[in-house]
Design a protein around this ligand. Structure first.
Ligand SMILES: [Zn+2]
Length: 172
């Protein structure tokens, strides 16, 4: 009973944090907190870049770097297609969580996908949009949008400032 209550409160807290998160830095804090909670693993000092990539690619992490590059063009399309902050944040969470698991030393796609699902289910519950995105793939919310026919504007790559704000106070 006690453990169920604890799980229920954990799910409730993560759902509310994700729903109210403002910007990439706050979603990132939730990525790190949920990985810590599910796997007891942590890596600090990551940097996030935004770039306009082909729309079939969500994000990538280059092995041996601290960098995650998120597809800004794709996120912009999700933002235009949905006014739901919960859905947009869930989409970004799913992409960032995937790359964070690579950055934590898991190169295998199938392994990372299975973990994204496990962590989402544990932290947000089975019937949450984040768990659904993990199960059927984040592109499922773009069903019906002709991604292949879309012209993606190519803007300059930008770094997200204060991405790891919460960790900075420990560095000085
Ligand atoms: Zn991957």
């Amino acid at each position: 009973m006690k453990s169920n209550k604890k799980d229920f409160l954990k799910v409730k807290e993560y759902r509310s944090r994700l729903e109210n998160a403002e910007g990439y830095g706050e979603v990132w804090e939730i990525v790190k907190a949920t990985v810590k909670s599910s796997l007891n693993e942590r890596r600090v000092g990551m940097m996030l870049f935004l770039d306009d990539l082909p729309l079939r690619l969500g994000a990538y992490h280059s092995l041996g770097t601290n960098n995650i590059v998120l597809n800004r063009a794709l996120v912009n399309i999700v933002e235009a297609a949905s006014k739901s902050k919960r859905l947009i944040n869930s989409f970004v969470y799913t992409l960032l969580l995937h790359e964070y698991l690579h950055a934590l030393g898991r190169p295998r796609e199938a392994h990372v996908r299975a973990l994204v699902y496990k962590i989402s289910r544990e932290c947000f519950g089975q019937n949450h949009i984040t768990t659904q995105l993990a199960e059927i793939g984040p592109w499922s919310i773009l069903k019906g949008i002709p991604l292949d026919a879309m012209d993606v504007p190519k803007r300059v790559i930008e770094i997200v400032k204060d991405f790891e704000k919460a960790d900075k106070k420990y560095i000085i």
